[in-house]
Design a protein around this ligand. Structure first.
Ligand code: XMP
Ligand code: MG
Length: 179
């Protein structure tokens, strides 16, 4: 695993099982409806790819890239759109697919931004959620795992753009990020 990683927090098997569970609920919720998955780049690529393939119902996909963190591990509180959606979501059923909700700042901004575009419905599915997210009044319909407030990498999540391709979610050794 290398010396930069401290431990495996969520294994590939646990992720697969959880996504199957969430996909069944999402399939049921949107039965007979057209669903657009909106993935938040870059962290959500793995969740998006695996969740989409686990769903039975057909979906369309679009991507947004926003930035709330610099190269470090602290939220700056400032959200910028780096890439907007390619499609108009007015009247569509939209499900935001996120890798992780930490302070919830990114998501609450995203919800009000996408909400103002008048989708038919707007929900959120996140693989991971940290405890601080509870401090912000945001409604997250589907959560994979509630995890401790530790910096995690893998399965799309990076530290300085590294570790995204790990098939599991792991904790980073504090010496790597000076914690
Ligand atoms: P907020 O605090 O706005 O953060 O909810 C959401 C975004 O911050 C990033 N983030 C992390 N990235 N390991 C990461 O690799 C983490 O532990 C972590 N916590 C937050 C992530 O980009 C997420 O979309
Ligand atoms: Mg991210």
């Amino acid at each position: 695993m290398g010396t930069d990683l401290e431990s495996v927090l969520v294994s590939k098997e646990e992720i697969d099982a959880k996504l199957a569970e969430l996909a069944a609920k999402i399939d049921a919720e949107y039965a007979g409806k057209e669903l657009l998955l909106v993935g938040v780049l870059k962290g959500a690529v793995m969740v998006m790819a695996d969740l989409a393939r686990t769903l039975s119902n057909p979906v369309t996909m679009d991507w947004m890239a926003v930035s709330s963190y610099g190269a470090g591990t602290q939220s700056s509180g400032v959200v910028r759109i780096l890439k907007d959606l390619d499609t108009d979501i007015k009247g569509k059923h939209v499900l935001i697919v996120e890798d992780i909700i930490d302070s919830g700042l990114t998501l609450s901004w995203l919800l009000s931004n996408l909400g103002s575009r008048e989708p038919a419905s707007l929900n959120v599915c996140t693989l991971l959620r940290k405890p601080d997210a509870a401090k912000v009044a945001i409604d997250v319909k589907w959560v994979g795992f509630d995890i401790p407030s530790e910096f995690v990498v893998g399965y799309g999540l990076d530290y300085g753009e590294k570790y995204r391709n790990l098939p599991f979610v792991g904790t980073l050794a504090p010496h790597v990020y000076g914690g």
